[in-house]
Structure formats: structure tokens, C-alpha cells
Design a protein around this ligand. Structure first.
Ligand code: FE2
Length: 284
């Protein structure tokens, strides 16, 4: 793996980070979660992970194969971690990047899925893939619909299975498959994230250590008019959502997608009203 991914720090102007993201399809950004936030999040999810088995089944055999049986997963993180629901989900860093990447394609963007992926010893490299292929019916070319990331919750090294990325692959012909020299290992310290576009080829790396878990969290956002991977309304039901900041409620999809000012219509209403207002009024 000899390709490289541009590196930034989270305090730099979002425009600089987004410019490299558009150019290379991926960027590594250090300091997305500061040490205090990282420590509090890790402390909150550690006991949850202890209750999770890596040997589980998923919704179908293809997904079983994709994740394998060496990965402990936590989804619905907003309902299971106050630190996530109150701070990480609505982190201003992601807001600034999503405003730039997704803002032009929608009236409002939303969380697609947050998924802690604790990849254990012996976890094989995932199949190289593009995250946006879950929306296979979307015609191409299309505007950016997804901003994806993997946040390192421990130090990511190649041997522990750091995310593997093919920089520039967002502009490749669909048929091109990465050669070894096209790939980079997103090695980065805990608290950093590798950000990538939905069309950028990547995979979870192979964990060749004997006893270390590669704890990371996929977090991605999509335009507000696409079906999300996680069913956020069921994963974080109204009783939980109403205890979260309004910004987090918006990102979980509780706010209507109102494109009327752009000549479109609205999506996601309840009784033809905006659910986020119903939540605020105690009616949901
Ligand atoms: Fe992926």
C-alpha cells in the first residue's frame, strides 16, 4: 500500500479540508474528537461492547459475509450513548463538512448510520467497496449524496486493521479495481477520522495482531431525501430523541425535509406537520 491520503487537523478551515476531500476522495483529519470527548465516549461504550458477541448473524448471508465473525458492532448509538447523542452526533466539525459537501444537494442532511465496529484479532480485510452502492438504484452521475467517515477510537495502525482507502477512486471508471499500489492504510491516532465520499473505494483493514481490537466508528451522513441504512426513528425512538439536543433530533431525521423554497416539496411529516415541532410540543 503505497498511496497516500492527505492529512489535516480539525482546527483548519473546513473549506481546506473539503477541497482535499473533493480532490482525493478521502482525507485524514486529526483531532476530530478531543482527548476528553474520546475518553468519555470510550468509557461509555466499553461496557456495551463487553455485552456484544462478534459471532452473530445479520439480515442476510451477504451481510454475514461482509462483516464476518470477528467484529463487535454497536448501532443505534444515539440511543445507547449520551456522549454520542449529545456531543458527537451534532459535532460542529461534521456540520461544517456536511454543509459544504451535502448542503448543495438537499434542504437538510441527516445521519445515515453510526456504527461502532470493534474489529478483533483475525478480522480479515473487508471487500473493497463504495458505501454509496447501497443506493444502487440511484442513477450515475449524481450529486454527492453521502459524507462518510471512520473515527479512530484507538490508534489505527496497518497491523491492527486501519481502514484501507483508494485515494482518487471516486473519479475512476466503475470497472477499475484497485491495484495494491492504489491503496493507502489510514493510519492515524485515536480521535482522528478518515473522511471519504460515498464513491471512494475503501475497506476495513485486516487485523493481524494477536490480541488487540481495532475499535472505530463508522459515521456517515446523507442527503435528507434518501432512505438511511440505520432506521434512525426506530433505533432512537421519540422517547429517547426528545431528550437529545434539537440539532441531534434534526440529524436523526426528526425534522421534515422541506424543499418548497427550492421548488420541491416536503418529506417526513407527521399529520402534515413537522415532527421536530411535535416533539418540542410534547405531542410525539
Ligand atoms: Fe464501507
Amino acid at each position: 500500500m503505497t498511496a497516500t491520503v492527505p492529512r489535516h487537523v480539525a482546527s483548519e478551515p473546513a473549506d481546506d479540508i473539503v477541497a482535499d476531500l473533493r480532490e482525493h476522495g478521502a482525507v485524514i483529519v486529526e483531532g476530530v474528537l478531543d482527548p476528553d470527548l474520546l475518553a468519555r465516549f470510550n468509557a461509555e461504550i466499553a461496557p456495551i461492547l463487553e455485552q456484544v458477541s462478534a459471532e452473530r448473524s445479520y439480515l442476510n448471508p451477504a451481510v454475514d459475509f461482509f462483516y464476518g465473525d470477528r467484529v463487535r458492532q454497536i448501532t443505534g448509538v444515539a440511543a445507547r450513548s449520551r456522549v454520542f447523542g449529545q456531543e458527537i452526533l451534532c459535532h460542529p466539525f461534521y456540520g461544517a463538512v456536511c454543509d459544504a459537501v451535502l448542503g448543495p444537494s438537499c434542504s437538510r442532511y441527516q445521519l445515515n448510520v453510526a456504527q461502532v465496529m470493534d474489529r478483533g484479532p483475525g478480522a480479515d480485510q473487508q471487500i473493497l467497496h463504495r458505501d454509496e452502492d447501497v443506493w444502487v438504484h440511484l442513477p450515475r452521475p449524481h450529486p454527492e449524496v453521502q459524507l462518510a467517515s471512520v473515527i479512530a477510537l484507538v490508534d489505527f495502525t496497518a497491523e491492527i486493521g486501519a481502514t484501507v482507502v483508494a485515494p482518487g477512486s471516486h473519479r475512476w471508471e466503475r470497472e477499475r479495481y484497485p491495484a495494491p499500489d492504489d491503496l493507502a492504510s489510514a493510519e492515524m491516532p485515536a480521535g482522528a477520522a478518515v473522511l471519504y465520499l460515498g464513491s471512494t473505494i475503501h475497506a476495513g483493514g485486516r487485523n493481524v495482531t494477536a490480541d488487540r481490537w481495532r475499535r472505530g466508528m463508522h459515521m456517515s451522513f446523507v442527503v435528507g431525501w434518501l432512505r438511511t441504512e440505520d432506521n434512525n426513528y426506530l433505533s432512537t425512538p421519540p422517547g429517547v430523541a426528545r431528550t437529545l439536543p434539537r440539532r441531534s433530533q434534526e440529524l436523526l431525521g426528526y425534522a421534515a425535509h422541506d424543499a418548497i423554497a427550492d421548488g420541491g416539496g416536503y418529506l417526513g411529516t407527521v399529520d402534515l406537520l413537522d415532527p421536530i415541532e411535535l416533539l418540542a410540543q410534547g405531542k410525539l
